[in-house]
Write a protein of this length. Structure first.
Length: 123
């Protein structure tokens, strides 16, 4: 029984370590026309506060990663930015506004970044 429990724990830890990040895009309105920009493109990054110039919100890019805290693969916002910027280019965004949620529990950690994708008006 102890061997089975140890094997199950090891298998679970391996699954968590290799699960990787999940990223998706939820558009602001159904049927919105999104024009991709060639990647890599310049994407402004704002933390929690929208830029001071006029913009249209295209939607939200969600980056989510969970890990077992006993492993050393904890993600950071800086490590997530290249994936978020690449997705922003795909949807035609000029900037993103980051809203970060991090949780650390006894055994698990979670990083979630909700990046609002913006297109500047007149561009």
């Amino acid at each position: 029984m102890k061997r089975l429990a140890a094997a199950a724990t090891a298998l679970f830890a391996c699954a968590c370590a290799t699960s990787g990040a999940k990223i998706n895009f939820v558009p602001s309105s159904a049927g919105a026309t999104l024009t991709a920009r060639p990647s890599p493109c310049a994407v402004e990054v704002h933390s929690e506060k929208s830029p001071d110039r006029p913009f249209t919100a295209l939607g939200v890019i969600n980056f989510h990663h969970e890990w077992h805290r006993g492993l050393s693969n904890a993600p950071t916002v800086d490590a997530a930015l290249p994936q978020i910027k690449a997705r922003a280019c795909e949807v035609g965004a000029d900037a993103v506004v980051l809203h970060v949620t991090e949780e650390r529990r006894l055994e698990f950690g979670m990083l979630h970044v909700a990046a609002t994708a913006l297109r500047f008006d007149g561009q």
